[in-house]
Design a protein around this ligand. Structure first.
Ligand code: NDP
Length: 237
């Protein structure tokens, strides 16, 4: 399979990259600064023929266009897109900056741009390649924080709103791409020990990655447009 992963240099994206490579798949690992991505560079030495490193800032239209060209230079089709890149402004500061009284325009725009608009535009740009592939799966990493049903606190304002917006964007996309044979879902990866999730998180990104890869394999057409956990259970919108 040919898999495209955003935010591949650390956290969940790096684990997904590693595990897809271990399975024997070809991975297009996108990150903002591939030359600085030490772990990706190490993987490149090990899997030179199946790992393509490419620069991608999902908040930049030019960067998205350049990334598509870089993929097209290597392949004419993709099977799986994992929209993984995401930001949580001031992660580790106890949500202090995402509380009422501390909210800023810049934080709001950056979070929406990276977490919601970026994944939609990446999917749009890669759609011809995904349609040409054998699988046509789009998995966008959302969060339980984006569930309106589960929302019980004010903070984190921007992060929750961005993931709810991502959910709606991808639900819209699913409604359009289903008839093309594509399947697009939102995935809550669980609370992971990464830079974003912090040390107290309950699970390893490697476990989430394993579940997400299995999920991508087992998706059925009737699940197109669903919001699922990394273990495949439905999350309430
Ligand atoms: P990390 O903070 O560990 O990694 C985030 C990744 O996103 C990095 O590779 C980062 O790159 C990349 N990124 C940030 N901004 C951009 C951008 N503008 N363009 C391209 N890449 C960008 O996060 P996690 O691995 O924990 O999170 C992965 C996904 O899972 C995210 O979508 C997150 O919202 C979601 N999630 C995480 C949870 C958790 O508990 N950790 C819980 C629920 C959802 P760089 O190194 O350049 O900054």
């Amino acid at each position: 399979m040919r898999v495209f992963i955003t935010g591949a240099n650390r956290g969940l994206g790096l684990e997904l990259t590693r595990q897809y490579l271990e399975r024997g798949d070809q991975v297009f690992a996108a990150s903002r600064q591939p030359t600085q991505a030490t772990e990706l560079q190490q993987l490149k030495q090990q899997y030179a023929d199946r790992l393509v490193l490419l620069p991608l800032d999902v908040a930049s239209a030019d960067s998205i266009a350049a990334a598509v060209q870089a993929v097209q230079a290597n392949t004419d089709a993709l099977d799986v897109l994992i929209n993984n890149a995401g930001v949580y402004p001031h992660a580790g500061s106890g949500d202090a900056h995402q509380r009422l009284g501390q909210l800023t325009h810049d934080d709001a725009i950056e979070t929406l741009q990276v977490n919601a608009v970026g994944p939609l535009l990446v999917a749009q740009a890669l759609l011809p390649l995904l349609r040409a592939g054998q699988r046509g799966r789009i998995l966008s990493i959302s969060s339980g924080q984006g569930s309106l049903t589960w929302k019980a606190t004010g903070d984190p304002y921007h992060y929750s709103a961005s993931k709810a917006a991502l959910n709606m964007y991808m639900r819209s996309l699913a409604a359009e791409v289903g008839h093309m044979g594509l399947i697009s879902v939102l995935v809550d990866p669980g609370w992971m020990r990464t830079d974003m999730g912090g040390d107290h998180a309950t699970q390893e990104p490697a476990d989430s990655a394993r579940g997400i890869i299995r999920l991508a394999e087992q998706l059925h057409a009737d699940e197109n447009g669903s919001f699922l956990t990394w273990q495949g259970q439905h999350v309430p919108w």
